[in-house]
Design a protein around this ligand. Sequence first.
Ligand SMILES: O=C(O)CCC(=O)C(=O)O
Ligand SMILES: [Fe+2]
Length: 276
Amino acid sequence: MEEEKSKGEKRLQVNDYVVGSLPTVIYIPNFITESEQSQLLRHIYEVPASRWKFLKNRRLQNWGGVVHEKGLLPQALPSWLTKITQRIGQQTGLFPLPINHVLINEYLPDQGIMPHQDGPAYFPVVAILSLESPITIDFTPHPRSKEFETPMENKDSTLYESASGQINSPSTESTDSPKDEHHQFSVLLMPCSLLIFKDQAYIDYLHGIEDSESLSLDKVVNISEVIKLKELQNPCGSLHAVTSDVTQDIGQNNIFQRTSTRVSLTCRLVLKDSAC
Ligand SMILES: O=C(O)CCC(=O)C(=O)O
Ligand SMILES: [Fe+2]
């Protein structure tokens, strides 16, 4: 992989990591090592219990300050987080300023996050680091893409907005069908991986995780990760079938059963600092 040096960190050629048909969805496997994952998890679970905010179907920690319409009421990120956010900034080169906001979401196997947009408070690039267990994140064209809508009604919007401190535009639970079913896709997020989505994927798509213990691999665009997952689930299984006919194998067994907790770090940049 072609790489160049940038401020002590190797700059990745992010275009080499584009998955699916949108050029603005980037998936980097093994962005951190397993030992870095363990260190992060240790920090996450060592914080005082009061750091956790409980939502209807998951809990989260908010780091960096409170996000509201006027911008961010900033609070410095702890060093165990800046270690990783600086690396994301330097290796991807996709953030014009240091990442200043991190949400840590914890999902039990039957928990997810409803389809939503992250909204205009953030610079339109999101980096999501996945820890502990795999999950699929689904992208759906916004029913009214191109224009930013405010929420009308949704399952957990009140809790989500107040407790997470972010300005979100969750899906409206409307019966509108997406503009083009064929443009729905999923990305399989393995532990230690980094997902980045930006621009069109940020603005014209909703993203979400089903609150179900069974996740479909049908629409996954990063197929090589599906193969890895199947190897993990069935190390002595029919590997030859996987390598000889990937599509057929995925078609035969395309449900992934979640059995353990997943933790994610959503790393973003709030451009407006409301303290200024
Ligand atoms: O946990 C994830 O992968 C998604 C989190 C997310 O979409 C958010 O925090 O806005
Ligand atoms: Fe999000």
